[in-house]
Design a protein around this ligand. Sequence first.
Ligand code: DGP
Length: 119
Amino acid sequence: MGVLRLSGCIFCAIAAGEIKSQLLYEDDQVLAFRDINPAAPVHFLVIPRRHIASVLDLDPGDADLVAQIHVVIGKLAADLGLADMGFRVVVNTGEVAGQTVGHLHYHVLGGRELGWPPG
Ligand code: DGP
């Protein structure tokens, strides 16, 4: 199952309530909060509570967790008015993709035209 919490991890600290965030959702597995540096009118992050470094560290035992993350993404996107216009879900993985926080996180971006391909 891996570590529950990694010392020095900013998203573990947010999950523990030690660093404040604009929390949108939480349950025993998953947390969602607004990105501190929004790249779109709506930009929030959905993370597993447990420390997982990236999608490379998921295993089949995480299937329910990953499903829950996707359910939360859809529910919040709808609640925040993104369902009709559409939105994007991004999981940066590794240096080339620009992953800066080593705790798995799903960016959800919407509220403006989103170019493709991304930079
Ligand atoms: P990435 O580059 O894919 O690793 O995205 C990390 C995102 O996390 C980035 O968009 C900014 C956001 N972020 C970093 N630190 C904090 C924080 O302390 N609070 C919040 N709400 N977001 C943060």
